[in-house]
Write a protein that binds this ligand. Sequence first.
Ligand code: UD1
Length: 422
Amino acid sequence: MDYLKIVGNKKLSGEISISGAKNAALPLIACTILAKNETTINNLPNVADINTFLKLIKMLGGSFTKEKNSATIDTSTIDNTTATYDIVKTMRASILVLGPLLARFGHCEVSLPGGCAIGQRPVDLHLKALEQMGAKIEILQGYIKATAPNGLKGAKIVFDKVTVGGTENTVMAAALASGVTTIINAAKEPEIVQLCEVIASAGVKIEGIGTSKIIIEGTGGKLLDIKPFSVIPDRIEAGTYMCAAAITNQKLTIKDIVPAHLEAITSKLEEMNFEIDIKENELTIFPTSKILPVNIITTEFPGFPTDMQAQFMALATQAEGTSTIDERLFENRFMHASELSRLGAEIHINGNIATILGKKGSLTGTDVMATDLRASSALVLAALVASGETNIHRIYHLDRGYEDLEGKLLKIGADVKRLKES
Ligand code: UD1
């Protein structure tokens, strides 16, 4: 297993280029199950979760060729509709094959994802939506067994809660259903916008893309002709490097981004007293004389993303004053707080609210353990300003979602090494 050794307080400068969005790429790979032709996806992030999803496509009987940042996927040979526990347990996003497999083959079996490090994460809303579209669903021996022998039918789906994965599964299922599906209270994340745009450019009529009401006219089983496309930039990777500039209080330019996807993050950094110069597809963050505390509530897009909460907690340790973070989406998403405390941070947790007593220069390097993907990036950020050496263990979590993290940090002047546990 690898770990990262970071020596803090180095002078950072220069530019970081942002990779394609993991959370956009995963549903887009699932969406190739709806295609009759080979699908080429460019600007794929070179991260473990993408390789795992491609492996899942292969386990189903599909094939792919992959270069560093692109893949051509052929799902015409799929002859197995079971996503097994072995793969789903390594990547919850495997649930995204449920909608497309059911829509195309009329049956499938997907292992229940179960809970994870950040909470219970049920998939009841995915299942309810598919049932409303005519699927019969049973849970047997830990597997979701879904059938729709006569195909899925368009329906009106009102989500009780805004769900990213639930909206994605429903959009993909609706694309091949017969008739019109209306999704009310749909998620509006940029990743969903891209999924809808790719499906729409393959000839499916979709209205309301990017709004909470999406209307999809299904093809009635006709497979799609998906043209080559490029994955949108990763707004969470961009936000993480924006926090790297902020926590070290140095000037950095973040390139290859869509600024409109980053508004909640830029506005919180501005509240913390950072000046940000925003151009068409890059932005520069400037050092500030005083980092101010901040209050954050995580919510759905366009609000502040839960996937940036841990990084802002690390940043808040360097603010002059008390910050609060109210985590509204996942019930157990403060595992990083105790690891940040091991570095010297003063953080109090009360239910879903974290209070961070910030103090510049308060962190000292030591050994810490990554617990989930974004928690790991918070530890990397903290290590960049901790005095001395920080060893971050279990970084396989980071490798799931950050392309070439060490390379990108080294390029801007950080002292970071990937080493093998003895
Ligand atoms: C996606 C992202 C994840 C991000 C999250 C919220 C991917 C691969 N993952 O996860 O990085 O943190 O959105 O922005 O894109 N819920 C239910 N029942 C369901 C589905 C969800 O109760 O059937 C609840 C969840 O427990 C959570 C909330 O709804 O409290 C939002 O979850 P959801 O948007 O579905 O998250 P994911 O799609 O799993």
